[in-house]
Write a new protein. Structure first.
Lengths: 306, 360, 506
């Protein structure tokens, strides 16, 4: 074993990449949950976004078109969830599971003819001389635009939730749908929009895996990232900046175990591959004691009866 | 405008009718999907639902129905107890794997000793393995309030890695010429979960599934514990008021579902699958979630739903080889079924009213 | 009336499946008038104000405001037209701050800093002290009401609707509220005041419209009409006041010693050092504004919430560590406030709901196997003896009206021959005749030697049923005093007075 074979600069740059799918999926779910909706279908929406993005990127030759398609695909799938939970008032846990099972099947179906293809590459942003700064340059300024978009999305979500009226209304709906309804806010409409935002973000996160991180298409390639994103929202106590921190933590762990596999540590590969999931559990245990930050109406069905 | 109005009480008729309507809707939209894939929709639907039961080779497929249905029913029965109480164990796939590993491990440890006691010990070990894996999320939930959905699911991925490690390492067949996978238990008489009547598909797992159905039925309708489960799901505060201990209930429900999933894994690995391989699990643990809901969390419903879902598996295989229908199409088909069921379920508790909407 | 009425309702009708909530209702309100809307639960008061506030659309009839047609399609429109409403169940968001809550209720909320200024200004003008930065979940019921009132006042409404505003206030707080309302009225704001408390209406209102079963049954000037006459119009018949005979209490049944416990819920109230005894045949009435530990006290007695050893004893035996089932077997029964979801499972049948608490004492549980036949018979017995209106015990709890379900819930416990019965808000939201029946059943039980703890926010009910009275305030219980001869002022002080409001009001 030779730990010095791990290049710290590449490692940090790598974990920023590993964290990005998580950031997208988790920030989308955070907004959805802030509106009081628990969508367990993140994994399904991610994998659907992964294949939609991949397919369109391959067909059009434009990775950015791919990302746009991934957002649309994720949002469309989430619309199914919105229909089930907001219109037919189905149980949110069951509907989320259904979405994941359906998404996994749908993506496998859509992706049949895309196995083994290389997608077009999305070039890195050009920061000019910034990229030449020692250490910081390669870490911070050698990435694609989507990675920066993820960071910007966290900042924007934080600002919108904290400072704008739209954010206040969203939080209000998540805190008490009955009170929000009594004040004349359209609970179902607001929640549907939040669910679609979550779907679009999850789709982007999925496409980031299939177009940039891996990059190729295999069935079930999200491998639980959607679920980790759900855990991350709990970890972050529904706070955007903590979410960013958590995503980097998990990205770091994922990257570390991959690097360790690469340098041939004495730990069997399978046990290294388990580690992100085990650490997710441990983190959940540590942070689950305080639930006070959760939106009060999270997961509850709303039916306007007058 | 159409609006929803809550029924004064749940409709029994719709509660029975929704699964049937969901199946019909799925057939229709599934047919459209198959059509979109360039297949003849009627032929596809017929191949999936008719061929295995009454087709030319039904003598071969009918036993498969039991073989594929048994694990689904066994797991779904366990899950339904928790789901009814609002306890969401969705990691049955992991418990299934661990049950198989524990059970097969005991069998492989005895190899090549023949003895009547080997198989019963494997059954116990399998049940224990599944139970143990389910107790992790259960204990974390009652001790720390950790979300059991996420933990049980994370443990599926852990179990899959564990399975990979076992089938490539500790349990690898020393006489297997380096191929991954354990010894084949079908060739080890004391450990083989063979057909009880040759050629019927009737193995011990089927018997266990039948017992589980009856047990769950009696539990839910006649026993205090079943009542506690139902009240907890309907109104947790009322359950607590009536004296139900929520902590105990979580441990019992998670434990039972893990135990049954573990059993299903053991019966599979020692019977139809035969050996521990890196991918011997085929997602029964997840499909069983659909089965549980499709069966309306009712034991008899789950029995029927399990058989139906087994039918789509077998029919899907046939359609794959005969019509070239992709395997993923069947997965989509099964997902659709759950969607329609959840959507139509609304009519059990609400009815549609035509008329003006209320403001907001 | 010479001037154009502010609000003119004529022929308003609204039907729901199976019930006509409002039938041809007409009334007028002048600017600055304090108008009472009087009626029993289910008389149609809520539906009427929901129509004015744009939450419900009338099937027939007209509304005019200052002579112009007024057809609000949503609360936003009603608010824009100058209607403000303070709900009985506050539409507030616990986790948000006072200012955020108020901003949500405004069409064009100013920036948070400016809004906080406005809130301070209005609260000073009207003597409603409130800090804009506090989290609403931490406020007392009275303070929460202030949030709602200030939210309305910031819109400078022409008509302020108040739905049962005093049910969450101590008598002293009621006085302060009335001063605010009179000040508003003097400035020309009309107030539509919904209540069933007659003395309040006589003290505050200029005119009154009385509703019964959705119809207007009369108008009157409250100051010139006796409470008794108004009650008769409201109920339609004379009510029997529950009867009780004098008796001497027996042995001590319940003893609480320094009972302290944290609340299981996030915004709940902890119990603080409660010590009290209840004797056989005695009714201890516990008053207090909602949210001062009532739910927690019931939970500590029912066994839902366990406490440290020695804090709760029953007939000399420490039961602090026993759960609900063993306590029931011993004879400690209870009926919580929330009927749907706590005392009863909404979607389950009455038979199943009978099983819920009667399994132990009615021998419905035989070694774990449940005797559904016997449960059904017991449910039928409750339905018959307590006159529960339902097609049968197979019907779901939620299909019953509030009053009928409450009779079922109380009946279920009463018929199990309790030695100690604890009830919280036994007649909340129940029509007058059902309420009288329930109170009578409780008194009969005491007559036969049961010790009772009646927790309620309805002071009339407490005075009617209790032998001794105590009040919960911030989780503390005042020393109990004989109920007979207690004045409203004394009770108010036991309940915590005006919760520090006098200071701001001077």
């Amino acid at each position: 074993m030779d730990l010095s074979a791990i290049n710290p600069i590449l490692f940090i740059a790598g974990f920023l990449v590993a964290a990005t799918p998580l950031i997208f999926a988790a920030i989308g779910e955070l907004v959805t949950e802030k509106a009081g909706v628990l969508n367990l279908g993140v994994e399904g929406m991610m994998i659907t976004g992964a294949i939609c993005g991949f397919a369109i990127a391959v067909e059009t030759g434009s990775p950015l078109m791919g990302f746009a398609a991934a957002a649309v695909g994720g949002a469309l799938l989430s619309l199914l969830f919105a229909f089930l939970t907001q219109v037919t008032l189905a149980n949110q846990v069951a509907s989320g599971l259904a979405l994941t099972l359906f998404g996994l099947g749908l993506s496998a179906l859509l992706g049949q003819s895309y196995v083994g293809i290389k997608p077009p590459r999305l070039g890195d942003m050009n920061f000019g001389p910034l990229a030449d700064i020692p250490v910081l340059g390669p870490i911070l300024f050698t990435h694609d635009i989507i990675l920066y978009l993820g960071f910007a999305l966290v900042a924007a979500t934080w600002a919108v939730l904290k400072f704008t009226r739209a954010g206040l209304i969203l939080r209000a709906v998540g805190e008490s749908h009955d009170a929000a309804h009594a004040l004349g806010y359209k609970v179902v409409r607001i929640r549907t929009l939040a669910i679609m935002f979550g779907g679009a973000c999850a789709g982007l996160g999925g496409a980031y895996i299939s177009l940039i991180r891996v990059p190729q298409w295999t069935e079930g390639m999200t491998a639980g990232v959607g679920w980790i994103a759900l855990a991350l929202v709990v970890f972050a106590s529904w706070k955007p900046w903590r979410l960013l921190l958590g995503a980097y933590l998990f990205g770091g762990i994922t990257q570390l175990q991959l690097n360790l596999q690469g340098v041939g540590v004495a730990i069997p590969v399978e046990y290294l591959a388990m580690s992100p999931y085990l650490i997710t559990i441990i983190v959940l245990v540590i942070l689950s004691r305080d639930k006070s930050a959760a939106p009060a109406c999270l997961g509850r069905t709303f039916h306007a009866s007058s | 405008m159409i609006r929803l109005e809550k029924r004064p009480q749940p409709s029994r008729a719709f509660s029975l009718a929704t699964p049937l309507l969901a199946v019909l809707a799925t057939m229709f939209f599934g047919g459209l999907l198959f059509f979109a894939l360039g297949k003849d929709p009627l032929a596809s639907i017929q191949t999936i639902f008719w061929e295995p039961l009454f087709g030319e080779f039904s003598f071969f497929y009918r036993p498969q129905l039991l073989i594929k249905g048994a694990p689904l029913v066994l797991i779904a029965i366990g899950l339904s107890l928790g789901f009814k109480a609002g306890i969401w164990n969705i990691g049955a796939e992991g418990q299934y794997i661990m049950g198989a590993l524990f059970g097969a491990g005991v069998g492989l440890a005895f190899y090549p000793v023949e003895g009547f006691y080997v198989f019963p010990l494997m059954v116990l070990a399998g049940a224990f393995g599944g139970w143990l894996w389910a107790m992790i999320p259960a204990l974390l939930k009652v001790k720390f309030g950790t979300n059991e959905i996420l933990v049980s699911l994370m443990l599926v991925y852990v179990a899959e890695q564990f399975l990979a490690s076992m089938s490539l390492g500790l349990m690898k067949n020393p006489e297997g010429f380096g191929f991954p996978g354990s010894r084949n238990l079908q060739q080890y008489a004391s450990a083989h979960n063979a057909d009880l009547i040759a050629g019927t598909g009737m193995h011990w797992g089927v018997v266990a599934a039948m017992i589980a159905v009856i047990f769950a039925y009696v539990l839910l309708t006649k026993h205090r514990l079943g009542f506690a489960i139902r009240v907890t799901g309907e109104a947790p505060r009322a359950a607590k008021f009536s004296g139900v201990n929520p902590t105990r209930l979580v441990l019992i429900c998670m434990g039972m579902s893990g135990l049954l999933a573990g059993l299903a894994g053991l019966f599979e690995v020692s019977g139809p699958a035969g050996q521990v391989t890196i991918d011997f699990n085929v997602g029964y643990g997840f499909t069983a979630i659909i089965v549980a809901f499709l069966g309306r969390l009712h034991p008899v419903g789950i029995l029927l739903a399990g058989l139906l879902m087994a039918l789509t598996y077998i029919g899907g295989d046939i359609a794959q080889s005969k019509l070239g229908l992709p395997a993923a199409a069947i997965q989509v088909f099964q997902g659709m079924l759950l969607f329609f069921l959840l959507a139509l379920d609304m009519f059990t508790n609400y009815r549609l009213r035509l008329g003006r909407t209320e403001a907001a | 009336m010479t001037q154009t009425p502010l609000l003119d309702l004529s022929g308003l009708t609204k039907a729901y499946p199976g019930v006509v909530a409002n039938d041809d209702v007409s009334l007028t309100i002048a600017p600055g008038e304090v108008h009472a809307l009087l009626g029993e639960n289910g008389a149609g008061k809520s539906t009427l104000v929901k129509m004015i506030y744009g939450l419900v659309k009338p099937d027939a009839g007209h509304m005019k405001m200052f002579g112009q047609p007024f057809t609000p399609t949503e609360p936003r429109a009603a608010r824009a037209a100058g209607v403000g409403m303070v709900f009985q169940h506050f539409s507030l968001f616990d986790a948000l701050s006072v200012a955020e809550n108020i901003a949500l209720g405004m069409e064009n909320a100013p920036k948070m800093n400016a809004l906080s200024q406005q809130i301070r200004a209005v609260s000073d003008t009207y003597g409603l002290p409130l800090s804009p930065d506090r989290v609403v979940g931490d406020l007392s019921a009275g303070e929460r009401q202030r949030v709602e009132i200030i939210r309305c006042l910031l819109q400078e409404p022409k008509l302020l609707i108040m739905d049962e505003p005093t049910s969450v206030l101590t008598p002293q707080e009621v006085e302060i509220l009335f001063k605010t309302l009179r000040k508003l009225s003097a400035e020309g704001t009309a107030i539509l005041y919904i209540s069933h408390k007659l003395e309040e209406i006589r003290a505050l209102c200029d005119s009154a419209t009385i509703l019964r079963l959705g119809k207007v049954v009369g108008h009157c000037v409250p100051r010139e009409t006796s409470a008794r006459d108004m009650a008769e119009m409201m109920v339609g018949k004379l009510l029997q006041t529950p009867m009780r005979a004098g008796k001497t209490p027996g042995d001590v049944v319940l003893e609480l010693k320094n009972l302290s416990a944290r609340s299981p819920s996030a915004f709940g109230m902890p119990l603080r050092d409660i010590s009290v005894c209840v004797q056989a045949g005695e009714v201890l009435g516990i008053g207090g504004v909602a949210g001062n530990g009532q739910d927690e006290l019931l939970a500590a007695l029912s066994g839902e919430m366990l406490t440290a050893p020695g804090m709760v004893s029953f007939k000399g035996r420490d039961v602090s560590l026993l759960g609900p089932t063993p306590r029931r077997s011993m004879g400690i029964l209870s009926a919580p406030e929330e009927r749907l979801g706590h005392a009863a499972a909404p979607d389950m049948s009455l038979t199943e709901n009978a099983m819920l608490t009667a399994a132990a004492r009615e021998n419905l549980d035989r070694g774990g196997m449940l005797d559904w036949g016997a449960a059904r018979i017991f449910a039928e017995k409750i339905i018959e003896i307590f006159d529960v209106r339902t097609p049968g015990p197979g019907n779901a709890a939620r299909s019953l009206s509030g009053g009928n379900l409450q009779k079922f819930v109380i009946g279920r416990e009463v018929l199990q021959r309790p030695d100690l019965l604890v009830v919280n808000q036994p007649t909340w939201g129940v029509d007058a005749s059902a309420a009288a029946a329930i109170r009578q059943a409780l008194l009969d039980l005491a007559e036969n030697g049961t010790a009772l703890v009646v927790i309620s926010q309805d002071l009339d009910e407490l005075m009617e049923t209790s032998d001794r009275f105590a009040a919960l305030n911030e989780g503390r219980l005042s020393p109990p005093r004989p109920a007979q001869g207690l004045t409203v002022d004394e009770i108010g002080l036991m309940m915590g007075g005006a919760h520090g409001m006098e200071v701001a009001h001077v």
